[in-house]
Design a protein around this ligand. Structure first.
Ligand code: ADP
Ligand code: MG
Length: 320
């Protein structure tokens, strides 16, 4: 099978078919119709085998993750996803692997109404770059800046679960049964908070998705906003599975320092609390917890029962 047959067979019709895809896979570039009165929101993220996921990681999980990490960035902007492109570098032509990869990618693309509209296919060490494109009504995208002293800090879901899941997969954390399964699933199939992110427009004063660790990403939000963030360690939501496998102290370390959560971390002015309560109480909304406040100053503090906790630094590929 040659490159063109491969593209035709596996990538010609992946994900949702959308009327605003004027031209998808097959020409030199895709042609996409942005709805009038909207802004186009674009992001890209690369997954490298052995770095972002362990070697031998299931192909369908790789397909899901490659799209999920990008949809999470769109969610953090309050954007509604529409299209994706995929640059795929493969060590060899393995049809079972490609079949699995496309199945996992489509399992997320279809319900999120994302169409795969183009890409590139090359040979080399396994690397996946997805670009996701979405839209927001003009001028309404959520930003990292905008948090003000007095705002409240919230996080969706159960931070730390995915990092613990990776430790389990890598054999660095022991555990078995349903708890192990639940945590591993959070790493293998993160659920980007797309619908929730879009509904935070007009409510959140600032927003970021948690990819490098809650404390580190909160630090970025605080820096962009020119404020300090104070987290109360006792308010950190810890899933039952994480608590059971890791114990409270380690579970909190995972929640603060672990990456790969793809949850939304955002601030809300006190005046918008009722609007947020209505949103989090609506069907299908993810769990959402207030974990702290914004104050004047800079940096992130984590306040525990016995004084401040060490604030973990996030993942940094080029840290020295
Ligand atoms: P060109 O050489 O003009 O860049 P390619 O041969 O790379 O064209 O791609 C042909 C068509 O197939 C293009 O529409 C491109 O977007 C699409 N394509 C290539 N690889 C992928 C892929 N992995 N996923 C989706 N579309 C792809
Ligand atoms: Mg071309």
């Amino acid at each position: 099978m040659g490159e063109f047959e491969l593209i035709e067979r596996y990538f010609a019709a992946v994900g949702a078919s959308r009327r605003d895809t004027l031209l998808g896979v097959g020409d030199d570039a895709a042609v996409l119709a942005v709805p009038p009165g909207h802004d186009l929101v674009a992001c890209t993220d690369t997954l490298v085998a052995g770095r972002h996921f362990p070697a031998g990681f299931d192909a369908a999980d790789i397909g899901w993750r490659a799209l999920a990490v990008n949809l999470s960035d769109l969610a953090a902007m309050g954007a509604t996803p529409a299209w994706a492109t995929l640059a795929l570098t493969l060590p060899e032509l393995d049809e079972d692997w490609l079949e699995g990869f496309v199945t996992g990618f489509a399992a997320l693309a279809n319900p999120q109404q994302v169409a795969l509209v183009g890409g590139d296919t090359t040979k080399g060490p396994l690397t996946l770059t997805v670009q996701a494109l979405g839209t927001v009504p003009h001028g309404t995208a959520l930003r990292r800046h905008g948090a003000k002293p007095g705002d409240l800090v919230y996080v969706t879901g159960w931070p730390g679960d995915a990092a613990a899941g990776l430790e389990l997969i890598a054999g660095r954390l022991a555990g078995s049964g349903a708890n192990r399964g639940a945590l591993e699933l959070k790493f293998r199939r993160p659920e980007p908070r797309v619908a929730f992110g879009a509904r935070l427009r007009g409510i959140a004063s600032a927003c970021i998705d948690v990819s490098d660790g809650l404390a580190a990403d909160l630090g970025r939000l605080a820096a962009a906003s020119g404020v300090a963030a104070i987290v109360r360690a006792t308010e950190l939501p810890l899933s039952r599975a994480l608590y059971a496998l890791a114990g409270e102290t380690r579970a909190r370390e995972f929640a603060l320092g672990g990456g790969d959560d793809y949850e939304l971390l955002f601030t809300v002015p006190k005046a918008a609390r009722a609007a947020l309560a209505q949103l989090t109480g609506s069907p299908g909304a993810p769990a959402c917890h207030c974990i702290g406040d914004i104050a004047a100053g800079r940096g992130v503090r984590v306040v525990g029962e016995q004084g401040d906790l060490r604030v973990p630094r996030g993942w940094d590929h080029f840290a020295t």
